[in-house]
Write a protein that binds this ligand. Structure first.
Ligand code: 8X3
Length: 256
C-alpha cells in the first residue's frame, strides 16, 4: 500500500483547523491533529478513520514551546516525515482600544498567533528541506493587511504572520518547498465568541444578516493550494465572502 502523505494541522479541534483535517483526510493525507482538547481530537480521529485516514492526536498547549518540541520529537515513526504544515491556530481576545487593553491577554494572542507559528515552523521545516519536499500553509487574515479599531494587537499578529510567510518564502526559494498564506475575511467559527470573551450575542451580531464564509470554505482553499503540481506555488490568497470588500466594508441584507 502506498504511504499516505502526512499533514500537521494546528488548532485542529474546531473551525478552520478541524475542517482542514477533514478535507486533507479525504485528499489522502494522514494527519497530526494538534490542539489542547483531547476529546475533540479523538472524536475527529474516529470520524476520519472511516475514510482510511490515520490521525495522531497531538495534545499540547501551543504556548508551551518546550512541551511542543518534546511532543514533536516523540512522534511515531509513521508520522515523523511531515509533508504539509498548516499553522492555523489563532485567536483574538477583546476589542478594547489599545490604551485600555490587558497585557496578559496580549501575551496569549501573541504567543499563539506568532510564537507558536515560529516554533512549529522552526521545528518542522529543516526535515522538509532534508527530504526535499514540504508545504507550509499559514492561515492569516484580512486583519494582517488592513487594521481596524479595537483590533490593533490581533491585526499586528496577523501582519506578523504575513511578514513571516513572505520572509520564509524568500528563505526557502532555493528549495522545492512551498509557502502559502491564506487570509480570510469573515468566517463564522468560534473565533468571534472568543473575541467577545464568550458573549454569544455579540459574536452572532458580527454575522447578522449576511452570509459569511464557513470554515469549510477556507479548508477548501488549503486543499487547493497543497494539491497543485510541484512547480506551482500559490503564495497568497485573500478570501472574502461575497458580501465583504474590505475588513470594515461589509454589506448586510444578504443573509439569514
Ligand atoms: C478574523 C477576520 O475580519 O475579524 O481574522 O479580522 S476579521
Amino acid at each position: 500500500m502506498e504511504k499516505r502523505s502526512v499533514a500537521l494541522v494546528t488548532g485542529a479541534s474546531a473551525g478552520i483547523g478541524r475542517d482542514t483535517c477533514r478535507v486533507l483526510a479525504h485528499a489522502g493525507y494522514d494527519l497530526i491533529a494538534v490542539a489542547r482538547r483531547r476529546d475533540r481530537l479523538e472524536a475527529l480521529a474516529a470520524e476520519l478513520s472511516t475514510c482510511g485516514c490515520r490521525v495522531f492526536p497531538l495534545v499540547v498547549d501551543l504556548r508551551q514551546r518546550e512541551e511542543v518540541l518534546r511532543a514533536l520529537s516523540e512522534l511515531p515513526e509513521d508520522f515523523s516525515a511531515i509533508d504539509v504544515l498548516v499553522n492555523n491556530a489563532g485567536l483574538a481576545i477583546g476589542v478594547d482600544p489599545l490604551q485600555e487593553g490587558d497585557p496578559a491577554e496580549w501575551d496569549v494572542v501573541l504567543d499563539t498567533n506568532v510564537r507558536a507559528l515560529l516554533t512549529m515552523t522552526r521545528a518542522i521545516v529543516p526535515g522538509m528541506i532534508e527530504r526535499g519536499r514540504g508545504h507550509i500553509v499559514n492561515i492569516g487574515s484580512i486583519a494582517g493587511r488592513q487594521t481596524y479599531p479595537g483590533g490593533a494587537v490581533y491585526c499586528a499578529t496577523k501582519a506578523a504572520e504575513l511578514a513571516l510567510t513572505r520572509g520564509l518564502g524568500m528563505d526557502l526559494v532555493r528549495t522545492p518547498l512551498r509557502v502559502t498564506t491564506i487570509d480570510p475575511g469573515l468566517v463564522e467559527t468560534e473565533f468571534s465568541v472568543t473575541r467577545f470573551r464568550g458573549d454569544k450575542g455579540k459574536a452572532d451580531a458580527v454575522y447578522h444578516d449576511l452570509t459569511p464564509l464557513g470554515p469549510a470554505d477556507v479548508a477548501e482553499a488549503v486543499r487547493w493550494v497543497v494539491t497543485q503540481p510541484p512547480h506551482v506555488q500559490v503564495s497568497e490568497i485573500v478570501l472574502f465572502p461575497t458580501c465583504q470588500a474590505a475588513a470594515t466594508v461589509v454589506h448586510r441584507g444578504s443573509g439569514a
